[in-house]
Every structure is written in C-alpha cells, then in structure tokens.
Design a protein around this ligand. Sequence first.
Ligand code: ADP
Ligand code: MG
Length: 588
Amino acid sequence: MNRIKFLDGNTSNKIAAGEVVERPFSVVKELIENSIDAGSRNITIDITEGGEKSILIVDDGNGIYPDDIELAFKTHATSKIEKLEDIYQINSMGFRGEALASIAAVSKTKLISRTAEFDYGREILINGGYVDYIKDQGANKGTKIEVDDLFYNVPARLKFLKSPQRESALISDIVSRYSVSYPEISFTLISNSRKVIETYGNGNREDAILSIYGKSIRENLFSFNQDFGDYSVFGYLGSEELFRGSRNNQSIFINNRYIKNKTIDAAAENAFKSFITINKFPFFIIFIKINPELIDVNVHPTKSEIKFWDEREIYRGVFDSVHEAIRNSKINKFNDIPIDEIKEKTEEKKEYSIPEINKLQGSAEMKAPIYVNVPIDFTQEKKEDYIENNKIGERKLPQLRIIGQYHKTYIICEDNENLYLIDQHAAHEKILYEKYMKEIKNEDVAVQVLLSGIVIELSYEDFIIYKENKDIFENSGFKIEVFGENTIKISEAPIFIGKVQLEGFFKDMLDNISSMGHGDREEIKWRKIATMACKAAVKANDSLSLDEIKKLIDDLSYIDDPFNCPHGRPTIIKFSLSDMEKKFKRIE
Ligand code: ADP
Ligand code: MG
C-alpha cells in the first residue's frame, strides 16, 4: 500500500479544473460572469479556433487591486462573499473563488487589470498553474484576460473537444444568452477575427433580443410578466412558427443567471401544450426574479443548476403565467385559425409551376413517378403515365383486391386468403423514403427549382451546423448558397417534398443533425433527412380515389421492405382467415 499524502495545490487545481472548466465554452462563461460581477458596461470576447487556441476577454469593470492580482488565482479566493450565509443574500454570479485558479492550472493565462484608484495596472502571467511573472503595467480601467492553449498540459481533455466550429457555436450560445439577460451591458463576440455578436447595451431587452435572434424571431415573440410576491416571472414566448425540434431556443434565467431546470421546462411546455398539440419544443425566454434566500445556487461548481425552496410553487407560477400569457396574446394563432384559412394559405404557396414539373417528369433520368403534391395528390394530368412504369424488380406483396378505405387513413385489402390493413401515410412515407434514399446514393435526386428561392436567417449555431453538413444537404437535393451573415438561400429542393414549409423544415433538419454528434456517418444523416422529408411530404391526411389507392398499393408492392415505415412502425397489418375465425370463435 502507498502512504497517504496531500496533493500539491497545482495537482488539485488541475483535478478541480475538470469540474469547472470542461471546455472553452465553460472558460468563457466563467470569465463573462466575472466581468458582469465587476460591473462592466462593455464586454468583448475574442476567440480563436473556437477558443481552443485563445480566448481574450476585455471588460471595463472595477478591476482588481494590484496587490490582489496573485490572490485572485488562488483557490477559494474571492471578493464576493466572506461567509457561507452570504451566498443566500448576494446576487453576484461568482462566489466559489475557483474559476481563475482552475483556468490558470490548465492553460497559459495572462491577466492585466487596473482599478479606478490607481493610474497603472498590474499584469500576471501563469503557465499551467505556475506564476511566470508579475509586473506593473499601464492599462485601461478594467480587466483583460487572455487564456491561451487551453488544456495544453492535460492531453486527455483535449481529446474531448469538439471541432473549433462547434466550440465556437457553444460560446456564441452562452454569449447570446447573457446578452439577453444583461441588456444594459454591450457584448461583442469576435470569432477568428469575424464579429459574430454585438449588442447595444442600452438597457432595452427587446433590442438585445433583436440583435441576437434577428427580426424574424423578434416579430413572433410576445412578452409576459407576473408577480407572485416572493418571486416574479416574466419574459418572452414564441408563437407557433418558432417551435423547434430541440430545446435550444429555451432559456431560463434565475436572478439573471442562465440555468437549466427541468421543472421550469415542464411547466412552460405544459402551458403551451394546453393550446397546441405539436411534437416540437416551444420558444421561450423566462426570467425569474426571486429572493435569493429561497434558492440554493451552490449545487454544482458551474452553478448551472439551482434548487428551489419549493419546486411545486415555482412550477405553478411558471405554468400559470405562461398559460395566461398565451391565452391573452394577440398573436395566439394556436387555436383560432379557421381550417379554411389554413387550406388557403397552403394553396398560395405554389413554388414551382406545372410545366416545370412536367419537364422534370419527362426527363430521361427519371425512372419512377414523382409525387408532386402534399398529400397524395395525383392530379388528372399525371394519372396516365405512372400506373405502369414502376414495375421494376421483384414483387414483395401478392396481388391485392381493394375493399375500401377506413377513417381516411387505412386501406383495406384482401388476397385469396388474408385481410390487409395498410396505413396509407406510413406506406406512402416508406415508398418515398426508399426511392429518395436510392436517389441520394446514386447522386440523382429529382429536384424542384424554387422560383424566387427561400431566404432563411439562421442563428450562428445553426449556420455552423449547416456549414459542417453542407455536402450532406447537397447530396440530398438541396441547392443552398450563403446569402449574407448567417443567412442562406435555398434555390432547389427535392421535388417530392412539394410545398412543405421549407424554412421550418430546414431548421428542424439542422436541429436533428446537430444532436447527432460530430462523428456520425453520412449514411445516418441521409437517413435522418430522408425520414424527415418523407414524413413532411405526407403530413396531411386525405381521402384517396380508387385509382390513387391502386397506385399506392402497386408502388408498395415493389419496394424493398413494404412492411415497415422509415420510423420502424408497421405499414401493413395482416390477418389470416384463421386469425379471423378465431376472433369470431368459429374455430378454437
Ligand atoms: P469568484 O468569481 O467565484 O469570486 P474567480 O476565481 O472567478 O472566483 O475570481 C476570483 C476573484 O478575482 C473574484 O472574486 C474577483 O475579485 C476577481 N476577478 C476575477 N475576474 C475579474 C474581473 N473581470 N474584474 C474584476 N475582478 C475580477
Ligand atoms: Mg468567477
């Protein structure tokens, strides 16, 4: 057995750093919080290679006294509290005195700071936890800290970093959230010399939201505010257009601190759900101002979780205020658009003309028919030619006689022996899916040209994800060009997806791809895109004519696997005669 000994300060700092400093984004978060605590009005964050190479933060806050400069880098050295009880009274972001010590232990950190009382500042350089030098230095009031070569002395950590683009997207995300939380501070984020974020710092939260999220989101937000005595809940909610496939567009701030909290997520989402059933996540920015005595921030070193004295009370408060806000809002489009109006709206959205479709249909490389409309809408002009031309390959289903359609959803058929129930949407989805996947693999996706193109403003994070997956989209039949800052223009899309709401659809695809991780293979991403596209293409349900049903069953008979939809659910349920007879107790 080895003998027990204390770790030296440097080793323990390196170990502790793992908790506070997980990746470049966490460094930025800690440093921004320090700048906020110092009362800064302007905070500039300048990162190189996603912060992996360098993170520079300049603020105009109170600065650090020259004699405290070295102390600031010691563990548990803080100017923000003196005793434990203070945690329950203060509103500062920091109090544990760990961040600077942890950061400096795993990087090359240079800090220069000056307070108003002094006309010179002091500079310190620390390499991997060891002070290299401390010297007096002329400086502006405030603090400038540069963190270079993060994790250079902890190679195991380096391996966990994502691509610089991804890391920079995470950083932009946290800067965005703090910009909205502190509209009185002007934030600037520069990434690889390019300005990505700039807010005015004029104290107007809506201006900050506009700078961060852009006009198209700002226009679809409505604000709310309710006071419950010990705490108040206020913020912004997004209308249905802003629902997304991930929770990325949800922010919760408790006393201005950005946190994650499942209770509040659930309260807000459930409030939305009472107005709309949709399989996506709503947009919200929720601020809770609460007496600090009623919360515990000291749950985790990164302080991104919070304990409430009464979780149920918070659930109720958030649910009630969000619920009431939606009910009262003028842009509550959730439940009051008459069905006719919806139909009309879809009708307007003809993005390509019939001659164009015909041209594509007739072109030599098209082997199989194209599904043009949403939902299955085989218009008269096209009925002739497609019944026969899909019969390539081996038949997977017997010849079926169509008995009818049930609930505008299920097709009922029989062969000589069995009864078949076919989910028409799942079947259609699967037919499209197999065809589309083949087209993608053969680099031969039939596309529609969108006459004026669809311009989509993306968040910086989504823009990065788009850029990382540019080829995937291209292979899948999307012709996309960059159209200015974080903005893209889609000029071609796969023809079969028809008139789907491309903007929402495209953002959903980005959400899904972003949650798939960096290393996923192309094939998996294609499948995801194809699954989503096919689902979008057959969304609405519709009664089909006999010809349309025939065509669907015929197509289904010839695909590779007619029995399962892309989501893995069955497309066909089959009952044999004896199954039936057992049900009717004709036989045992
Ligand atoms: P904490 O924020 O929990 O106090 P840190 O390790 O992040 O711990 O910082 C240690 C101390 O250094 C802070 O308490 C503060 O006094 C000082 N400090 C750090 N960054 C700044 C800054 N940007 N401006 C002024 N003081 C700072
Ligand atoms: Mg701190």
